[in-house]
Design a protein around this ligand. Structure first.
Ligand SMILES: [Zn+2]
Length: 236
C-alpha cells in the first residue's frame, strides 16, 4: 500500500498548541526543526513553571527557586484516526533532551512516551523511528507566539541550552574476585520459595489486605516512635 496520502481529501486545520506528554501518554511526532532556538529556564513557583526573564529582572524569591530547563520544537503529531499530521509545539524535558541532543532532527519521526513508574517525576522517553524526506516536510513554523500565549507573557528569554550535565554512564569491570572473610561478602539476592510466598499471602489475607497491613505497620511504628505501649482491647 502506498504511504502517500497527498491525493486524498484536504486535511483539516488545527490551533497550534503545546504538546506535553503526561504520565502514561504517548505520541508520534515528526520534527520540522530542532529545539536550540527555543530553550528556556523556568522556576517552579507554587508548582507552576514561571519563565525566567534573566537574573537582573527575575524576582529573587523566584530566581532562587527550583530551576528547570525546557525546550520546544515545531513538530507535527500523527493522528492515526484521521491519518493526518497536526502541527504542535513539542515540550522537550531535560531527560528527553539527552536523547535528542546533537541530532539533525528535521524529518525525524520519534515515539515520545512517559511511562508511569512512580508517583512523581516520571521521565519522558524518546525512541527514534525513521527519517522522512523533504517532500513530506512543511517549513518550520515560529513557536514564539504559541509560547508567549502559553506562559501568558509578552517576551521570553530563549536560546538557552540545557544546563544539566549528561547522565554519567561507565562500564562495570569483571576481572578479579576480592579476598574477603566470608561474613563480609554481601548476601546473594534471596529468591522466595513457594512455601514462603504462600505464608506471606496467608498473612496478607488474615490482615484484611495489603492496605490494612500497611496501615497497621505504620500505626505500630508511630507508637514505637512515641514510646507508647499498644493499648489493650484496641488491637491493630
Ligand atoms: Zn530567574
Amino acid at each position: 500500500m502506498s504511504r502517500d496520502r497527498s491525493g486524498s481529501a484536504p486535511p483539516s486545520s488545527s490551533r497550534v498548541e503545546i504538546l506535553r506528554v503526561n504520565d502514561n501518554e504517548h505520541a508520534v511526532v515528526r520534527f520540522l526543526s530542532g529545539y536550540e532556538e527555543y530553550g528556556l529556564i523556568t522556576h517552579l513557583v507554587r508548582r507552576l513553571p514561571i519563565p525566567c526573564p534573566g537574573a537582573a529582572l527575575c524576582p529573587s524569591s523566584y530566581h532562587s527557586a527550583l530551576t528547570i530547563w525546557k525546550g520546544y520544537a515545531p513538530v507535527e503529531m500523527y493522528l492515526p484516526a484521521v491519518q493526518e499530521w497536526s502541527p504542535r509545539v513539542l515540550e522537550i524535558t531535560e531527560a528527553l533532551e539527552e536523547s535528542l541532543a546533537g541530532r539533525e532532527l528535521r524529518g525525524e519521526v520519534w515515539h515520545i512516551s512517559r511511562p508511569r513508574t512512580k508517583a512523581k517525576g516520571n521521565k519522558v522517553l524518546g525512541v527514534y523511528c525513521e527519517t522522512l524526506g523533504e517532500e513530506y516536510l512543511a517549513k518550520p513554523f515560529k513557536c514564539l507566539p504559541v509560547l508567549l500565549r502559553f506562559y501568558h507573557v509578552t517576551s521570553l528569554v530563549l536560546g538557552t541550552p540545557n544546563p544539566m550535565p549528561r547522565t554519567v554512564i561507565l562500564p562495570n569491570s569483571k576481572d578479579v574476585i576480592p579476598h574477603l572473610p566470608e561474613d563480609m561478602l554481601p548476601p546473594a539476592p534471596h529468591e522466595q520459595t513457594a512455601e514462603e510466598r504462600k505464608k506471606v499471602a496467608e498473612e496478607i489475607r488474615k490482615a484484611g489486605g495489603l492496605g490494612k497491613m500497611a496501615q497497621a505497620a505504620a500505626e505500630r511504628q508511630r507508637r514505637a516512635a512515641e514510646g507508647e505501649q499498644p493499648r489493650p482491647g484496641k488491637g491493630v
